[in-house]
Design a protein around this ligand. Structure first.
Ligand SMILES: N[C@@H](CCC(=O)N[C@@H](CS)C(=O)NCC(=O)O)C(=O)O
Length: 214
């Protein structure tokens, strides 16, 4: 399997975490977002949306969208599962993943940030307020789901797909100045996850294209 991604991309980080939980080997093909490589014709053939990640399977299929990649990994390699056993808990885990994927992260994406700053000419304070309103609001909703259904991790006492979405979202929130101080459960689980050896290789700083001090 080959993962097309970028070291600091939260969506790529999610997939690296799922691959780690499943103990799968994968090759890495960096796509430099700051150089615009995601918009080059060769990459657009793989992912017409011009976004990372994309996963090329051993059969040569290319799957895009982190949620679809996660479901592919779960179907192709069911054990160990990244979903809870209980059906309602599965639903909650997927709800956290979707809340962060659909309602939080898109507002932090490079092209959206670039539009806010360069086209709409919002200053730094206005951008920070925007980020706290939208991703911050979605993260507050995720906090409530976790408070109702979580344990040592987002759902239950083992990491699931929900944690694969939470950790990169918290990492991105710290980078972009989203105030997460009022989200105690998300902070606890983030701290627990980043200490787990299984996730070490997935961390942005440990990718071959990581830029030190960036
Ligand atoms: N919904 C997509 C989001 C992917 C996404 O937003 N990728 C970002 C990096 S985290 C990207 O490639 N941005 C490039 C750009 O904005 O030009 C997924 O979950 O895979």
């Amino acid at each position: 399997m080959k993962l097309f991604g970028y070291w600091r991309s939260s969506a790529t980080y999610r997939v690296r975490m799922a691959l780690a939980l499943k103990g799968l080997d994968w090759a890495y093909q960096p796509v430099n977002l700051l150089e615009g490589e995601q918009r080059e014709p060769a990459y657009l053939e793989k992912n017409p949306a011009g976004l990372v990640p994309a996963l090329e399977t051993d059969d040569g299929a290319v799957i895009t969208q982190s949620l679809a990649i996660m479901e592919y990994l779960e179907d192709a390699h069911p054990t160990p599962s990244i979903l809870p056993d209980d059906l309602a808990a599965r639903g909650h885990a997927r709800a956290i993943a979707a809340t962060l994927a659909c309602e939080a992260q898109p507002f932090m994406n490079l092209r959206i940030q670039s539009y806010l700053k360069k086209t709409l000419k919002l200053d730094a304070d206005a951008v920070t307020a925007w980020l706290n309103r939208w991703p911050g609001g979605a993260m507050a909703a995720a906090e409530k789901i976790v408070a109702a259904h979580g344990g040592a991790f987002c759902i239950g006492d083992a990491p699931t797909i929900a944690d694969c979405y939470l950790v990169p979202q918290m990492y991105g929130a710290q980078r972009f100045g989203v105030d997460v101080s009022a989200l105690p459960r998300l902070n606890e689980i983030y701290d627990a996850c980043i200490k787990l050896p299984v996730f070490e290789k997935a961390h942005p700083d440990n990718q071959p294209d990581a830029v030190k001090g960036a």
